[in-house]
Write a protein that binds this ligand. Structure first.
Ligand code: ATP
Ligand code: MG
Ligand code: MG
Length: 572
């Protein structure tokens, strides 16, 4: 895994730090509580929380809750959970709405210093004043020069209910000559007939993003206000407002957004996938919301590692799903234990072993990391192998099990050779394979088989195997850019985005992995592991893929999600 601090040590973020190295570091992650966080937000979380941690500062989690129409309780909780899951602890959890009184006072102050006025123009009129569609000349409206006292009493009238929404609003008196649209007398306050999540019906006037954001940053003494590049032009109005009100001025700097191709992230589109029953919910493992990635089994450390690998500059980064998966795979390869799992089992009876034959075989949890330890699996007369590891007819270039052919069983001392098999006459599927154990005579050397396969033995005394339902996920969309498909993204849905193996079997090492989870013990996962086992149970199923335990295992059964395949092009 990549050093999760590499992005702070050099490049864009190191330079941004240097610009205000004189101040104690305070940053903030300011989500609007109007939806679930997605992979793009993990970049903002990693940057803001990571920057503060790296520089010995603090980061606030600030709910930017000035738009009462879209907010819901469940989002507040979910956002906090995801920040925690990624391993960060907010210095404090704040709400923009907690500042409504202060903001209102500053709005009056802005009017008093003649830098704001109450306007009654329509949207269309304002548009024309800003030059209109054809970028014509810009001009002031008749309200711009009304006396300060008049604006002040009109603003109070807005607050006390004299006006309906859109009949009046407060505008900043900026600079229409400036080439930057963010200086064209932006709206500071508007009237909304809405009940606010926290302030109820106390307010009829609500501050806009442009008015609120920089001032909340200022109240919290944010030293480095990091946002995405769509806000580059807003930097001017940000600075203008702090200067106009003579308050502490944080430094805004902009980094490029993280975008994923081959999926959709917008709330509206995911909402549609759910309502049309393409996916089950916001945490469906095929989605790229953070709740979905967690459920799928992607470790939080892998997400942080991925953000570091992508790096932070001012450029927007478009990331393909395969690149994300490569990063996750690299992370899992070094951190999770290994097990044997059979997706589609067929029984193999080793005819020449006694009925009660039992050999205990020691398997390392990871051949590359001996410190992960070992575990014992039983080897008996009846075992399961995967249907794909047996062929009814042998051929020269085939090295797994077939009548007359030998194959190695991982970690079992000697190979087995298939003799016969039986088939279900109706389905044509192989139902049982018979084999012999090729244990040579004492002192005789044996030929090592060309291939080794995974297996799980039947053993009542060892409670083996463990049965599981395995969910294998493929990309949810067929193309790289689902939105560009004729008819829209819904027409691009991959009909095979989920394959279910309901009879999978796993060796008993799973029990120990569950007991010892989380592997590895990461900052954010420590507490979660105590709460619910399933969230941190991950392993590599040898020769199959990386898996994690799904939330549906809570009932006591074992349900596994494929996190990623073992190799990039596998399992498509
Ligand atoms: P969306 O429309 O996708 O929800 P948003 O900008 O409205 O995005 P916010 O809830 O305002 O989302 O996001 C909180 C923070 O996360 C903001 O600082 C925002 O800039 C940042 N952020 C959102 N999406 C991304 C992204 N794709 N890459 C990087 N940062 C992002
Ligand atoms: Mg936003
Ligand atoms: Mg948003």
């Amino acid at each position: 895994p990549t050093d999760p601090n590499s992005m702070f040590k050099e490049g864009f973020l190191a330079a941004v730090y240097q610009e205000r190295a004189d101040l104690p570091v305070f940053t903030r992650f300011p989500p609007e509580p109007n939806g679930y966080l997605h992979i793009g937000h993990s970049k903002a979380i990693a940057i803001n929380f990571g920057f503060a941690r790296f520089h010995g500062g603090q980061c606030y989690l600030r709910y930017d809750d000035t738009n009462p129409e879209a907010e819901e309780e469940k989002y507040f909780t979910a956002i906090q959970e995801m920040v925690h899951w990624l391993g960060f602890k907010p210095f404090d959890i704040t709400y923009s709405s907690d500042n409504f009184d202060k903001l209102y006072e500053l709005a009056e102050k802005l009017i008093q210093v003649d830098k704001a006025y109450v306007c009654h123009c329509t949207d269309a009129e304002v548009k024309l004043q800003r030059g209109g569609e054809n970028h014509g000349p810009r001009y002031a409206c008749s309200h711009r020069n009304r006396p300060v006292e008049e604006s002040l009493s009109e603003f109070r009238a807005m607050r006390s209910g004299k006006y309906k929404p859109k009949e009046a609003f407060l505008r900043m008196k900026q600079n229409l000559e400036d080439g930057n649209p963010q200086m064209w007398d932006l709206t500071a306050y508007r009237i909304l007939d809405a009940t606010h999540h926290r302030t109820g019906n106390k307010w009829r006037v609500y501050p806009t993003y442009d008015f609120t954001h920089c001032l909340c940053d200022s109240f919290e003494k944010i030293s480095h206000s990091l946002c995405t590049t769509e806000f580059i032009l807003s930097r001017t109005s940000y600075d203008w407002l702090c200067d106009a009100l003579e308050v502490f001025k944080p430094m805004q700097r902009e980094y490029g957004r993280l975008k994923m191709t081959g999926t959709v992230l917008s709330k509206r589109k995911i909402g549609k996938l759910i309502s049309e029953k393409v996916v089950r919910d916001w945490d469906d493992p095929r989605l790229y919301t953070l709740v979905a990635l967690r459920r799928r089994g992607v470790p939080p450390g892998a997400i942080l590692s991925f953000v570091n690998e992508v790096g932070v500059t001012t450029a927007v980064t478009n990331i393909q799903i395969v690149r994300f998966e490569t990063s996750v795979r690299r992370y899992l390869e070094l951190t999770v234990p290994r097990l044997m799992l059979i997706l589609d089992p067929i029984p193999v009876i080793i005819e020449d072993l006694p009925d009660d034959y039992l050999e205990e075989i020691e398997l390392p949890f990871s051949p590359k990391s001996p410190e992960m330890g070992t575990h014992i699996v039983p080897f008996t007369k009846t075992l399961y192998i995967d249907r794909t590891d047996f062929r009814e007819v042998d051929s020269k270039d085939y090295f797994r099990l077939a009548p007359g052919k030998s194959v190695g069983l991982l970690k079992v001392p000697f190979p087995i050779r298939a003799t016969t098999f039986t088939k279900d006459p109706e389905t044509g599927l192989v139902t049982e394979v018979r084999a012999v154990y090729e244990k040579p005579e004492e002192g005789v050397t044996f030929k090592k088989p060309k291939a080794y396969i995974q297996w799980v033995a039947l053993s009542a005394s060892h409670n083996s195997p463990i049965k599981a339902e395995v969910r294998v996920f493929n990309p949810l969309f067929r193309s790289e850019n689902p939105d560009a498909v004729e008819g829209g993204f819904m027409k691009d849905v991959n009909p095979n985005s989920q394959e279910i193996y309901s009879n999978a079997v796993i060796e008993t090492g799973l029990e120990e992995i569950r007991r010892r989870a989380p592997w590895p013990e990461e900052a954010g996962e420590k507490d979660i592991g105590k709460k619910a086992g399933w969230e941190t149970v991950r392993f590599q199923a040898l020769r199959v893929a990386y898996f994690a335990m799904d939330k549906d295992s809570e009932g006591g059964s074992v349900v596994l999600n494929r996190i990623v395949s073992l190799k990039e092009d596998a399992g498509k």
